[in-house]
Design a protein around this ligand. Structure first.
Ligand SMILES: [Zn+2]
Length: 292
């Protein structure tokens, strides 16, 4: 009883201090006082870049397709600036206390698993010895593994191509659903439908995501540790379900820098920056990294 009262008092005092802190900050700003530099964020800044397709044909480039030359220029720029591209596993090793972090880490992520990633990004990863994180959609990988149809603009990577990429040690694969990547129908990605029961929703997510985990385990010998939200669409109850399925990391589409600490919690809800076409590498990265 005594403890609980003391605890309550402490919580109230802490809340009051916090409220006061905000108010004081507001007053200072209002009075035109010189603002103290913001306290440094704890942890190592980690920018995560989000790519999708890569095509040489300019007519096919857009928000989700850039030229392989831009990717190459990004890699050259990052290397020149002393950045080291990591895998999610490197982040897990860090939070688990098994390894350190390089001074300037970065993640280069590719959503949807297009065949053109194998065609263009994989050779560049080899040339620059930079690690990539690719999140394929299982349903399409199954399809193209059957047809072996290799068309840069629309084909997806096959299980064999993924195995080859993984074997190099340069490419890591993560979960982007087996087949919950729709945007034209009722459901956007893995979002909960209005009126859908919590049980039905949890069962649907579990069935699809674990199906993909199993496929990856069967074909690549390892199950992903990270879930990449399709379209960055996240329902309120979704993060808890994803955690309960054993994922230790999630990637969103919110444009912000992450701060990596030894606390494993920091790997949930990582922000990412979409790489637009056309912007020179220096300009793109300065804008992002300036805020780190
Ligand atoms: Zn996607």
């Amino acid at each position: 009883m005594y403890t609980s009262v003391r605890l309550k008092k402490w919580v109230l005092a802490a809340a009051a201090a916090l409220a006061l802190g905000c108010a004081a900050g507001g007053l200072l700003k209002g009075a035109g006082a010189v603002e103290a530099a913001a306290p440094a964020r704890e942890g190592t800044p980690l920018p995560v870049i989000m790519y999708h397709g890569l095509l040489r044909d300019e007519a096919l480039q857009g928000d989700y397709v850039i030229s392989p030359e831009i990717l190459e220029s990004d890699m050259a720029y990052l290397q020149e600036q002393g950045y080291t591209a990591l895998h999610i596993q490197d982040l897990l090793d860090y939070v688990d206390g098994k390894a350190g972090l390089p001074e300037k880490p970065v993640l280069l992520t590719f959503d949807d698993g297009y065949y053109n990633n194998y065609l263009y990004a994989y050779p560049l990863a080899q040339k620059y010895q930079m690690k990539l994180v690719v999140a394929p959609i299982g349903y399409y990988t199954d399809q193209y593994s059957e047809t072996k149809d290799e068309h840069a603009p629309y084909s997806h990577i096959t299980w064999d191509q993924m195995a080859e990429m993984q074997e190099s040690g340069l490419v890591e694969f993560q979960n982007h659903t087996y087949n919950l990547h729709g945007s034209g129908g009722q459901r956007l990605g893995t979002k909960k439908l209005a009126g859908e029961s919590s049980e039905a929703y949890a069962a649907l997510l579990s069935e699809d995501l674990m199906r993909m985990q199993k496929k990856m385990e069967d074909h690549l010998g390892r199950a992903p540790s990270c879930f990449v939200y399709p379209f960055g669409a996240v329902s309120e109850t979704e993060p808890e379900i994803i955690r309960s399925l054993g994922f230790r990391c999630t990637l969103t589409c919110e444009s912000r820098i992450n701060y990596i600490t030894r606390d494993a919690e920091c790997l949930y809800g990582l922000g990412r920056w979409r790489r637009p076409p056309g912007t020179p590498s220096g300009e793109f990265f300065q804008e992002i990294l300036g805020g780190a």
